[in-house]
Design a protein around this ligand. Structure first.
Ligand SMILES: Cc1cc2nc3c(=O)[nH]c(=O)nc-3n(C[C@H](O)[C@H](O)[C@H](O)COP(=O)(O)OP(=O)(O)OC[C@H]3O[C@@H](n4cnc5c(N)ncnc54)[C@H](O)[C@@H]3O)c2cc1C
Length: 406
């Protein structure tokens, strides 16, 4: 087993770390205060190759592997998760479906506009009555005279309403399946399409440097060839996309957890109480040790899931585990970091206070912790059934059967 990064992975991590610490971290508090989308930072990240790090070079991406991408997301998010999610949503949610399911024509037309990150692409699944339960999708796309006519609305869509957004891939109801369930399909909607409008960006308690907007479709027409992949494949497609997204949100969470530890490590030796730095007290030392230990484990889980993806091996369960553990690690780290800073950690403009506000969304976006726990449990039970039936599949050797199931 080799835990060393390759020279290329190290290069991406260091490039992202250098840029994030130099250009993002010093501005993170101001961006958060102003709830401002940092166009200049995103433009520079695009120039450095970060916004298309693991996208195909033939369309303008950098062709890096998924491990490098996760290392970069971690470093950007360590400086500001608002910028981190802009990068993650563009690559993992916006571009990845175009890469995975797009025709050559769709890739040439849409992916080339955004793969270098100078413009952004978004992914619209969530609606008023369709959050965790995508089966509740009410946005309808009807095929009429060679065009998809779309009516409905999406909400909370990251990168949906920036001035550099080029379009969105939405999940819409295109019919009803024989079993009575909705037929869901993915459809490409360029930003300038008549009938497609964006509402004002949401006010949020965290990720304030990022954009989330509601999207409205009112007799919005796109050509038939904007269907992404097969008709009715939408459900399977977004499950696949969200698997990879979860690993990346795990990396984002590790970055935030690391920022919390950075803050606590900088403060504890400086703050004097009872004539000594609080870092001398064992109660504080244990908090620091626990934070470091959990971050180490969360990072290892994220990188293992990313590595499995790079190897073309099953990684769905690992993705859910990494996302839950990393987001919950970040939550504990934010809490402990604020505790170590005492009253200073509760001030609105303190970094620790900002991290404490930011961290909650990591347990919600791209699949809540509840739904990810269900995914893990279902995969354990399916693996158990496979073992009992003597079926060995591609995924079986990768499964660790927990004690008690043999
Ligand atoms: C800042 C931000 C950015 C986002 N970006 C995007 C984006 O780019 N694209 C996009 O499509 N969406 C996006 N979302 C939406 C996000 O993915 C959803 O908020 C999330 O999936 C949860 O859906 P919901 O908010 O409707 O909650 P609900 O689904 O209503 O869930 C509410 C609670 O019920 C629990 N619950 C629901 N069903 C079950 C069940 N079967 N068993 C147990 N518990 C259950 C949930 O875990 C949760 O705790 C974003 C959201 C935010 C806040």
């Amino acid at each position: 087993m080799n835990f060393d990064l390759t020279p290329e992975q190290t290069r991406w991590r260091d490039l992202a770390r250098d840029f994030a610490q130099r250009a993002i971290r010093p501005r993170a508090a101001a961006l958060d205060r102003a709830q401002q989308f940092p166009y200049d930072i995103v433009e520079e990240m695009a120039r450095l190759g970060l916004m298309g790090l693991n996208l195909p070079p033939e369309y303008g991406g950098e062709g890096g592997d998924f491990v490098s991408y996760c290392l970069a997301i971690e470093e950007i998010s360590r400086a500001d998760t608002g910028v981190g999610i802009t990068m993650e949503a563009h690559v993992s949610l916006g571009c990845a479906p175009l890469v995975a399911f797009g025709s050559r024509e769709q890739q040439a037309r849409f992916l080339t506009q955004v793969a270098d990150g100078r413009r952004l692409w978004a992914f619209g699944l969530t609606e008023e009555h369709a959050g965790t339960d995508a089966g509740g999708t009410e946005t309808v796309a009807e095929l009429r005279d060679g065009q998809w006519v779309i009516n409905g609305a999406k909400r909370y869509i990251t990168n949906g309403g920036t001035a550099i957004t080029a379009g969105v891939t939405i999940i819409a109801r295109t019919g009803t399946r024989p079993d009575g369930k909705p037929e869901l399909s993915a459809i490409i909607v360029p930003q300038e399409t008549p009938g497609f409008t964006r509402g004002p960006a949401y006010e949020k308690v965290g990720w304030r440097a990022s954009n989330q907007s509601p999207l409205h479709f009112n007799d919005c027409r796109v050509p038939e060839w904007h269907l992404l992949g097969a008709r009715g494949a939408g459900f399977r497609q977004f499950l696949q996309i969200l698997d990879a997204g979860r690993v990346a949100v795990g990396a984002l969470s590790v970055g935030l957890a690391q920022a919390c530890l950075d803050e606590a490590l900088a403060y504890a030796p400086r703050r004097q109480q009872f004539g000594r730095p609080i870092a001398d007290f064992q109660a504080i030392q244990f908090k620091l040790a626990d934070m470091a230990m959990e971050i180490e484990l969360a990072r290892t889980m994220v990188l293992k899931a990313a590595w499995l993806k790079d190897q073309g091996r099953p990684y769905s369960r690992g993705a859910s585990m990494a996302k839950i553990f990393a987001s919950e690690t970040a939550k504990r780290a934010a809490d402990q970091s604020a505790q170590i800073l005492g009253g200073a950690g509760f001030l609105a403009d303190s970094a620790a206070g900002r991290y404490w506000r930011q961290v909650k969304i990591n347990e919600i976006g791209e699949g809540t912790s509840e739904i990810n726990r269900q995914i893990i449990a279902r995969s354990l039970l399916a693996a158990r059934d496979e073992l009992l039936a003597g079926i060995v599949t591609d995924s079986t050797p990768a499964l660790v059967v927990p004690a008690g199931i043999d």
